[in-house]
Design a protein around this ligand. Structure first.
Ligand code: NAD
Length: 368
């Protein structure tokens, strides 16, 4: 891999390769952009088949975090790290402590968190070596389960879409079809019921479907029916890539807003939704509630403040819809525009010197 060419393509700031023979640590920290603040992004542990694969993943994920933080109104940059290894057998206290020492050397330019393959226990081990870690145990100022906050953000995103599509930011009497009743889906159903929405639900696990039917009066459907069910809002909260060539012609909804990452199989599927008049709440903004919540730990976690910040996802989605209308582009493109406009505006702000470099006290010449 030609790494510098890759870094130049999307203007990455820094990539750090971490190696510790004694602990077996092989990790990569990718920092994409720190215009808005320190780069925050999770640490993924995965048995990558090759070094190229690990670098590519770290770079791709880091860049995604720049956009996510910027469009969600966070004062954070984008970064991500990967540890090469099998999370089921290669974890140890020393491995994560060793990784923590590498994070510490960056002096706060990168802040890590949980991701696929890592846990609160791992963050606790990292915390023994650096303070630049969030998603730690609640006894150490951690913010706990992110899912209720992710669900809240999804609901706020839906409200912004409802305002545009139906003329009012309300889901009262609207039908929402929820795919996936796991951590986020269940909390989302609870919030939607409180908003007066009618629910249609599905999951591969029948016990979760029964629970939702009982608790929220939701109507159960089979997993293969949910994408083509007539509804006002489709909320994919299970897997990515559900909006694809196959599902697109079957959709019978006015809005797509869910928590799943990478909802669009390809970015041109955003264009296809736009052409069909289906309003899409971009995934990385709509599902940013968990990130906004965990980032609050940096200021000393405050649940009320975090909740308030997550509620602002409604404004972010509103702004994205406005850009979509202004530029005549799909909302997935408008979300990227919002992120780029914000980072661009801040990086081009006037730089004001507060002192003259030559007004520093002159050093006396040594006499010989
Ligand atoms: P989860 O694993 O708790 O729940 C996912 C649920 O989807 C499971 O109950 C599973 O049985 C169900 N499911 C899987 N395939 C399905 C299918 N084909 N049809 C119907 N149901 C299916 O995960 P989660 O934490 O609730 O997250 C849901 C999605 O949101 C994931 O894509 C995740 O990456 C994304 N996300 C979650 C968070 C968070 O805070 N948990 C934050 C951002 C993004």
């Amino acid at each position: 891999m030609r790494i510098f060419e890759k870094l130049a393509e999307y203007r990455y700031e820094q990539v750090v390769f971490c190696h510790d023979k004694s602990t077996g640590l092989r990790a990569i920290i990718a920092i994409h952009n720190t215009t808005l603040g320190p780069a925050l992004g999770g640490c993924r542990m995965y048995p990558y088949a090759s070094e190229d694969e690990a670098v590519t993943d770290a770079l791709r994920l880091a860049r995604g975090m720049t956009y996510k933080a910027a469009a969600s109104g966070l004062n954070l940059g984008g970064g991500k790290s990967v540890i090469v290894g099998d999370p089921r057998k290669d974890k140890s206290e020393v491995l994560f402590r060793s990784f923590g020492r590498y994070i510490e050397t960056l002096g706060g330019r990168y802040i890590t968190a949980e991701d696929v393959g890592t846990s609160i226990e791992d963050m606790e081990n990292i915390r023994l070596e650096t303070s630049h870690v969030v998603g730690v145990d609640v006894t150490h100022g951690g913010s706990g389960d992110p899912s209720p906050f992710t669900a809240l953000g999804v609901k706020q995103g839906m409200l912004a879409c409802a305002e545009e599509a139906f003329g009012a930011p309300s889901l009262e009497g609207r039908t929402v079809a929820v795919q996936g009743l796991g951590h986020v889906g269940h909390h989302l159903c609870e919030l939607l019921q409180a908003e007066g929405a009618r629910l249609i639900v599905t999951d591969l696990n029948p016990a979760l479907v029964e629970e939702a039917a009982r608790e929220f009066g939701a109507k159960p459907v089979e997993p293969d029916e949910i994408l083509s069910i007539p509804c006002d809002v489709l909320a994919p909260c299970a897997l990515g890539a559900v909006i694809n060539d196959e599902s697109l012609p079957k959709l019978r909804c006015s809005i797509v807003a869910g928590s799943a990452n990478n909802l669009l199989a390809e970015s041109h599927h955003g264009e296809a939704l736009y052409e069909r008049g289906i309003l899409y709440a971009p995934d990385y903004v709509t599902n940013a509630g968990g990130l906004i919540n965990v980032a609050d730990e940096l200021e000393g976690y405050n649940r009320q403040r975090a909740t308030k910040r997550v509620m602002r996802i409604q404004d972010s989605v509103r702004r994205i819809i406005a850009i979509s209308k202004r530029d005549g582009v799909p909302t997935n493109v408008a979300a990227d525009t919002l992120a780029l406009e914000r980072t661009g505006a801040i990086s081009s702000m006037v730089r004001l010197h507060t002192g003259h470099p030559y007004s520093m006290p002159q050093r006396r010449r040594a006499t010989v």
